[in-house]
Design a protein around this ligand. Sequence first.
Ligand code: P6P
Length: 343
Amino acid sequence: MDKKGVGITITQHLLMEERQNPEATGAFTYLLNELIVAAKVISWEVNKAGLGDILGSTGEINVQQERVQKLDVFSNRVIIERMQHIGQLCCMGSEEVAELIDIPSQYPKGNYILLFDPLDGSSNIDVNVSIGTIFGIYRKVSDETDVDFLLTDALQPGIKQVAAGYFIYGSSTIMVYTTGNGVNGFTLYPSVGEFLLSHENIRIPEKGKIYSLNEGNYQYWDEDTKALVDYFKQKDKTTGRPYTSRYVGSLVADFHRNLLKGGIFMYPADLKDPKKPTGKLRLMVEANPLAMVVREAGGYASDGKGPILEIQPTDLHQRVPLYIGSKEDVETAEAFLSGERRV
Ligand code: P6P
């Protein structure tokens, strides 16, 4: 909060952005505000998780073949129940649910599609490492209303997102989002129950000094990937190398640090799991939303060959290699991964 004890609330900021958009109807502001309510509920639960019995896994396995943590289930349910009644969505897609999620018939449908990862980084829940919610919002392109015919509307390239962002539940709860007019961050003041503007007009440094990836996968990478990672570790003062290695193992935490400080996050394709030949991260609910945020902050996101945002999706849960962060560093990654560069 500023010295007068108040700050710009997220609602104020959304309304200011809405007033700048002549076509705005308020539907979008309403949608984001409801998502914020869901995030406040999740934040509350995450921050007291150590006190209740909500830690640990439910024992189920989700569509990603990952052990479902109780907070995953809770977060997924909170977002679905919060968002389904607002009359702004025609359907939703969740990392936790195999198929598109319909809007129950008792609620009106709208023209937006919400795709989200309800609680990313769930493997870190029990060890008190930051975790988060990632979201992307699209406008429906067809006249369809039946969820069985809305998959084409959901599988639009990331460049078509009208908004994207994430919440981090860590030492504080922070929301970072963009509607295509720059990137702003808001910190939740629990005493006030409001997100207040704390990171105005975030810009990522053109080039960083941090590289982030799980080096335990080294033996599963191809030679171009190994050469790229070795490059960031070699000593060369003129290019500020070796870079510092920072890896939390929670995408939102690793991404957020690099967004503010500069650097590159990488999750390469690896041969570790034949069922996941294109890496672990999901295009629709992880890569695309963060790719929009980083582009609006002056950075870049690639699958190693080209822009994440230009990939034409073929499946709601498809996975992609992800190289995201400072533009110059991601372009270096593309040069190595194409075999053009070795030094
Ligand atoms: P690894 C968390 O489970 C997650 O989906 C991302 O948040 C994170 O970046 C990645 O997986 C970590 O994967 O293989 O390094 O443990």
